[in-house]
Design a protein around this ligand. Structure first.
Ligand code: 5RP
Length: 234
């Protein structure tokens, strides 16, 4: 099957990221989304070919199923609190490796696994790169919140200048419930000039579990280009 330029870019980025960053005897964090599917397939091929001994730590129910379905050894942070490398997708990333994640609603577990990883490697296509966060990802910063705090937090986020939208389920009426049993508010702040300040502010708000702003967390990004090449940001 011929892949579209975007899918090919995602696949090439995922392949190169795996080849360069995943090795035998590693504990590997597995991100969530559609790009990570290509990475998991590549990891599975390398494990089978080289008879590697690795353990994969999921960042969501989706990642857990991917690991199991590709016959990779499944582990948890309880068993392996020190992860060697995590590979994950992204919604938007700037050249200084600041990112927005959580388009798939898995931001909190993604951040927990990333925070316990020696290295966070991001994979994506050229459309994900921008000069300023908020430029290309228009759906807003995903913020996972405790359901009971929805109304007061919505009000406060609006007072901060955000356009707030409660994320709804797709085949379910009403709010989307995350893998952790929480709600997500997607908050559009326009262009985010100071992501670190915003991230700190959001994290300090009572009822916020965490936001999809990844500041000073990403070590390397593999960005597939329209022509099939891969650019590396580090
Ligand atoms: C899920 C995420 C994903 O990594 C992000 O949304 C990118 O997804 P995709 O690879 O499908 O573009 O953060 O919470």
């Amino acid at each position: 099957m011929t892949l579209s330029p975007v899918e090919r870019a995602k696949q090439e980025a995922a392949k190169l990221a795996v080849i360069e960053n995943v090795h035998d005897e590693m504990i590997v964090g597995i991100g969530s989304g559609s790009t990570i599917v290509y990475a998991v397939k590549e990891i599975a091929a390398m494990v089978e070919k080289n008879d590697w001994n690795i353990v994969c730590i999921p960042t969501s129910y989706q990642a857990e199923a991917l690991i199991i379905n590709n016959h990779l050894p499944l582990g948890s942070l309880d068993q392996h609190p020190h992860v060697d490398v995590t590979i994950d997708g992204v919604d938007e990333i700037t050249l200084d490796l600041t990112a927005i994640k959580g388009g798939g609603g898995c931001l909190v577990q993604e951040k927990i696994v990333a925070d316990n990883s020696i290295k966070l490697v991001i994979i994506g296509d050229w459309k994900k790169v921008s000069m300023t966060l908020g430029e290309s990802w228009k759906k807003g910063v995903p913020i996972e919140i405790i359901a009971k705090a929805q109304i007061p937090l919505t009000q406060r986020l609006k007072e901060m200048g955000g356009k707030v939208k409660l994320r709804e389920g797709k085949a379910k009426i009403g709010p989307l419930i995350t893998d952790n049993g929480n709600f997500i508010l997607d908050v559009n702040f326009g262009k985010i000039i100071d992501p670190k300040k915003l991230s700190t502010k959001l994290k300090s708000m009572i009822g916020v579990v965490d936001s999809g702003l990844f500041v000073n967390m990403v070590d390397k990004a593999y960005i597939g280009q329209e022509d099939g090449t891969v650019k590396i940001l580090s």
